[in-house]
Write a protein that binds this ligand. Structure first.
Ligand code: UDP
Length: 325
């Protein structure tokens, strides 16, 4: 079976994808500097603690492990932090990717799946958003992904590096068959923060209730992490079969408001979420919902968890296990 190098495999989406690749029979090797990921997520996989800026170390791993392709997750992901420290985001997300690409060129490895984001679209004019919508990020985080997408375009043209760019919508949920789940530090994502509000009794602030949406709160496309992981497996298979470079949205195509997510969490947990309403958060688009037709038609992707309540149920199962340990 082909061997896949996974950067950022100790993180939330990276570790879930690593497990799915293993289940599908792929050989895997993870590279992560553990600055944001967790050691316990890589306990049962070959693992190298390497920072992406260390090109020579990446060359060593790619060569000694004889990798056939790379799935590149390793990046910082907090929109708010990126507005406070843009230089950190460009150094890590763009600089780290350039180092990785340099190592790939040096070792002749020419297939890459790249984690991009719906944040590249900014305030989209058409919703659900097709992949050919205007690119207009609202944050350094979003722009760090746009820059890498541009680099990948040129790497395809002049270095024959074939890449599949996956633009994620809102990753959430947990794999019921594994111990992996969402544990960012600090946590900024809605569903884990709703659980935290229930556990602590301290109100979660809803960022804005005056958006031009049916209930005034933002609409997002919540996609289960296992379905997101599946998109990576399909993408890397396509590249390994000689497929050309391409870009796909990964979302369900369904939008849910923040208050709908609150109601789903209350239904699943049987508990009331303490809420407070605050101002809008910088950089939040009113509506981000994917048109995922291209992913479905081209790669045959179909979500296993299209329903919000099912996604929240798996996230709550993880949360309960996590609190217990
Ligand atoms: N959100 C909120 N309060 C919070 C965290 C998030 O109202 O404490 C809202 C946020 O404004 C957005 C949605 O929940 O509309 C999802 O936010 P999250 O940070 O989970 O993901 P993002 O959409 O930024 O990728």
């Amino acid at each position: 079976m082909p061997k896949i190098l996974i950067t950022g495999g100790a993180g939330y989406i990276g570790s879930n994808t690593t497990q799915l690749l293993k289940r599908r029979g792929f050989d895997v090797v993870v590279v992560d500097d553990l600055s944001r990921g967790h050691k316990h997520n890589v306990e049962n996989v070959p693992f190298h603690k390497i920072t992406l800026s260390n090109t020579a170390a990446l060359v060593d791993v790619l060569r000694s492990e004889a990798c056939d392709a790379v799935i590149h997750f390793a990046a910082y992901i907090a929109v708010g932090e990126s507005t406070q420290k843009p230089e950190l985001y460009f150094t890590n997300n763009v600089g780290g990717t350039l180092s990785l690409l340099t190592a790939m060129v040096e070792t002749g490895i020419k297939r890459l799946v790249f984690s991009s984001t719906a944040a590249v679209y900014g305030m989209p004019k058409t919703v659900p958003i097709p992949e050919d919508s205007a690119i207009a990020p609202l944050s350094p985080y979003g722009d760090s992904k746009v820059i890498v997408e541009k680099v990948l375009h040129w790497m395809d043209q002049f270095r024959d590096v074939r890449s599949i760019v996956l633009r994620y919508f809102n990753a959430c949920g947990a794999d019921p068959e594994s111990t992996l789940g969402e544990e960012h530090d600090p946590e900024t994502h809605l569903i884990p923060l709703l659980f935290r509000a229930i556990e602590t009794g301290k109100a979660i602030t809803i960022f804005g209730e005056d958006y031009p949406t049916p209930d005034g709160t933002c609409l997002r496309d919540y996609i289960h992490v296992v379905d997101l992981a599946e998109a990576h497996v399909l993408a890397v298979q396509k590249l390994l079969a000689g497929g050309s470079s391409d870009t796909f949205n990964v979302g369900t195509g369904e939008g849910h408001s923040v208050l709908e997510v609150v109601r789903s969490v209350e239904k699943v947990t049987g508990k009331k979420v303490p809420l407070a309403f605050g101002p809008r958060r910088d950089g939040d688009a009113p509506v981000l919902v994917a048109n995922s037709d291209k992913l479905r038609k081209t790669l045959g992707w179909k979500p296993r968890y299209p329903e919000l309540d099912d996604i929240v149920t798996t996230a709550w199962q993880f949360e309960k296990r996590h609190i217990a340990t």
